[in-house]
Design a protein around this ligand. Structure first.
Ligand SMILES: *Cc1c(COP(=O)(O)O)cnc(C)c1O
Length: 387
């Protein structure tokens, strides 16, 4: 019994007729770029996130890039983010000529360490180059504590772009006295929030796609202009933008899948619970395998189920031989990438990110995963540690 890391064919089989029907509609319309299908998806995602504006763009990377452009990030500006993330988070900063400032992660959540952020800001308050924007990444599907992050950001005058590429549907309780059960959706708390519809994300299209959400009408208008070369009406350009539009075929696919997203997320969460129960039975020590922890008040959507293990590479090889799919997100933190050598970071500078890069391993968690498959995964891991 093979256990793939992700089985998109199993998902497609269940919704094939519906998807094919919607794709057919787009083909009949011959309306491929933006248009009514994209607008409908924008309205739906905006409503899901509880914000007034959503703008469909060509990828998650472009969603981040356009957000920074809308905030007028310029060459030489400093933008704070984490080094333990997909490359795009740092790449978009550099593409605008701005300089990424990497702050280490919290070892439990793998998200931006907010104490270190505050420390950094306090120490650099009077520096000539005060950062302008902070980009938290809601890694693996669990939000950074946005209540704390927004408070710190406002205090130091930072704008906030949320990289929620892995966290569509994640949320956080923010028990304010007036509204004890108020919840914030990933992407909705900052100035702008960014999603990716890359096929392997929890809401994945049949190609690239992304979306920006915001509560700010001015920023929404800007992103809308910037995605079409800054053009309000044909051949008149108010801003210098790029070409980054979501296409109707992707929107058609995503609109079908969106209806199932909550059910799929609940499937991922059930699988996470099952892993917890199965690992408990094995009695593997915490020092060998530690499981992801869902923070109190946070709804984790488990885009990935990432464990921290001893002898990671040998375990991964063992699982590969057992035909169990795994992945390492991410083996090299951004501050140690060749292309960022000029920034002058050294090994040991951001120890939690570097340790995570050595120890993490993502296990299969997709909604269609069966209990029998999960048993196999856990047994194979237990065998590795006590042969
Ligand atoms: C996937 C991802 C992106 C980029 O999204 P694309 O749609 O592939 O461009 C950015 N940040 C993070 C954290 C991601 O996981």
């Amino acid at each position: 019994m093979k256990v793939p890391l992700l089985d998109l064919k199993a998902q497609y089989r269940k919704i094939r007729e519906e998807i094919n029907g919607e794709i057919q509609k787009v083909l009949e319309s011959q309306f491929f770029i933006l248009g009514p299908m994209v607008e409908a998806l924008e309205r739906e995602i905006a409503a899901d996130c509880g914000v007034p504006h959503a703008i469909g763009v060509a990828s998650g990377t472009d969603a981040l890039l356009l957000s920074l452009m809308a905030l007028k990030v310029k060459p030489g500006d400093r933008v704070i983010t984490v080094p333990f993330t997909f490359f795009a988070t740092g790449g978009v900063i550099s593409r605008l000529g701005a300089v990424p400032v990497f702050i280490d992660i919290d070892p439990v959540t793998y998200n931006l360490d907010l104490n270190r952020l505050e420390d950094f800001l306090r120490k650099n308050r009077r520096a000539a180059k005060v950062p302008k924007v902070v980009m938290p990444v809601h890694l693996f599907g669990q939000m950074t504590d946005m209540k704390v992050l927004m408070e710190v950001s406002r205090r130091f005058g930072l704008r906030v772009v949320e990289d929620a590429a892995q966290a569509l549907g994640a949320r956080q309780k923010v028990g304010f006295a007036a509204a004890q059960n108020e919840e914030w959706m990933a992407g909705a708390a900052g100035d702008l929030g960014c999603f990716s519809f890359f096929p392997s994300k929890n809401l994945g299209g049949f190609g690239d796609g992304g979306m920006v959400i915001t509560r700010d009408e001015t920023l929404a208008c800007k992103v809308r202009l910037l995605r079409v070369h800054g053009s309000k009406s044909k051949y008149e350009h108010d801003l210098i933008g790029i070409n980054s539009r979501l296409d109707a075929l992707q929107a058609a696919v995503l609109r079908v899948k969106r209806k199932y997203l909550h059910r799929w997320t609940e499937g991922r969460r059930r699988n996470a619970d099952r892993y917890r129960a199965l690992f408990r039975e094995t009695k593997i020590r915490d020092s060998l395998v530690s499981l992801p922890r869902e923070q109190k008040g946070f709804y984790h959507i488990y885009n990935q189920f990432v464990i921290r293990v001893k002898d990671r590479d040998a375990l991964r090889e063992h699982l590969r031989k057992e035909e169990i799919g795994t992945e390492v997100y991410y083996p090299i933190p951004l501050h140690l990438q060749e292309c960022y050598r000029h920034l002058g970071y050294h090994p040991g500078d951001l120890p939690e990110s570097e340790r995570a890069a050595r120890e993490v391993l993502a296990l299969p968690i997709f909604p269609e995963l069966t209990l029998a498959q999960q048993r196999r995964v856990v047994r194979a891991i237990a065998d590795f540690y006590s042969p």
